[in-house]
Write a protein that binds this ligand. Structure first.
Ligand code: NAD
Ligand code: WQD
Length: 342
């Protein structure tokens, strides 16, 4: 029997490359497209090395509908995982149109072409950012979405709504939005991982770059929050576990096990970890001292957020299994690989 084929948009990026590995290991054929606006071919090469499969890659901008149509014509996939988006929260505040144009435009093209070319299943990369500052913890999928505090966050809410409405209109498309909490870490091979351009916005790449000497000092944004150690709490999810959640969600759509044609799942560990706990765990696991200092709060930061994951656990049959220690060791191994550190 022919293997199911999945189109992975943004597959040269951080989460997309790990998901491509997981899909191939689960027996899917994968086509990767990416415009390389925030990545390079290194991740595709890494995926090929890890899997031993010569994964097809096409350099395409999802905002270019005719170029994207050519991909739909060329490959007989019935499922799409849509990662392709810009993701820097601060930049989205400075350049909102860049974010609305890319993040909405690319997804609209994907959905329109799925309808026009008769393709069924789509997974959308959503984010815990849709919950804002939650009233109750942990957050469940039924927790209210809060008004977005950035154009980036707004694009995630809008794309969720666009998908929900498209499915509801009976367009022949079934969709799942996965709300990722805080992805971190790297593949255990250290052949793929997170490679931010410029100064990292996110905590873990800032930590690993500081340990590698690329950054002088990690600034911890505030220790006066109403949490046990005063620093913010997040649900840090290993990118390999996150990739496995995509395989489970695609399987649910392909096999028709979905209960509704549009579903939403939290993808986290269910456990909150503070910034200070994470820093201390990184030092302990990797046997090094990190240069850090406490500075003022970063504007827009949520105090605490972590996921209730029982829906994903029960419905997708998926659970985060990697420990914080394993993840932080993998993050450091990847950074050392990138920097050529022994
Ligand atoms: P990433 O930047 O590493 O990957 C995104 C990829 O999409 C990049 O390779 C980029 O070149 C590509 N891309 C962007 N616009 C494109 C376009 N118009 N056409 C083709 N390719 C395009 O980011 P990531 O961390 O892997 O995130 C993947 C998805 O997950 C994004 O949608 C992001 O918003 C979402 N997400 C990420 C996080 C996180 O913390 N990393 C959390 C929640 C949600
Ligand atoms: C985590 C914690 C910071 C950097 C962002 C987006 C969200 C989602 C994931 C895409 C916070 C603290 C950070 C540093 C620090 N992305 N921190 N020093 O803010 O939870 O979420 O990425 O959807 O939409 O908003 O993640 O990694 O930036 O921060 O002290 O140099 O680390 O204050 O408490 P965040 P983060």
């Amino acid at each position: 029997m022919a293997k199911e084929m999945v189109l992975v948009s943004g597959g040269a990026g951080y989460i997309g490359s790990h998901t491509t590995v997981a899909l191939i290991e689960a027996g899917y054929d994968v086509v990767v497209i990416d415009n390389l606006s925030n990545s390079d071919l290194g991740a595709v090469e890494g995926v090929r090395k890890i899997t031993g499969v010569d994964v097809p890659f096409e350099q395409v901008d999802c905002c270019d509908k005719e170029a994207l149509r050519a991909i739909f014509k060329k490959y007989p996939f019935n499922s799409v995982i849509h990662f392709a988006a810009y993701k820097a929260v601060g930049e989205s505040v400075e350049q909102p149109l860049k974010y609305y144009s890319n993040n909405l435009g690319s997804f609209l093209n994907i959905l329109e072409l799925m309808q026009e070319e008769g393709r069924s299943n789509v997974l959308f990369s959503s984010s815990a950012t849709v919950y804002g500052e939650p009233d109750e913890l942990p957050v469940t999928e039924a927790s209210p979405r809060k008004p977005a505090t950035s154009p980036y966050g707004n694009t995630k809410q809008m794309c969720e709504d666009i998908l929900r409405d498209t499915v509801a209109a009976g367009a022949g498309v079934k969709g799942i939005a996965l709300r990722y909490f805080n992805p971190m870490g790297a593949h255990p091979s250290a052949l793929i991982g997170e490679l931010p351009r410029g100064v990292p916005n996110n905590l873990v790449p800032f930590i690993t770059q500081t340990a590698a000497g690329v950054r002088e000092c990690l600034s911890i944004f505030g220790n006066d929050y109403n949490t046990p150690d005063g620093t913010c709490i997040r649900d840090y999810i290993d990118v390999v576990d996150l990739a496995a959640a995509h395989v489970a969600a695609i399987g649910r759509l392909v096999e028709g096990c979905n209960k509704k044609d549009y579903e939403v799942f939290n993808v986290g560990t269910g456990r909150g970890v503070s910034v200070m706990e994470l820093v201390e765990a990184f030092e302990r696991v990797n046997g090094l001292k990190l240069n850090y200092r406490i500075v003022g709060r970063r504007s827009g930061d949520v105090e605490s957020v972590w996921a209730e994951t029982s829906l994903a656990n029960n419905e997708l049959g998926w659970k985060a299994v990697r420990t914080l220690d394993e993840t932080l060791a993998a993050a450091w191994a990847w950074e050392k690989h990138v920097r050529g550190i022994e």
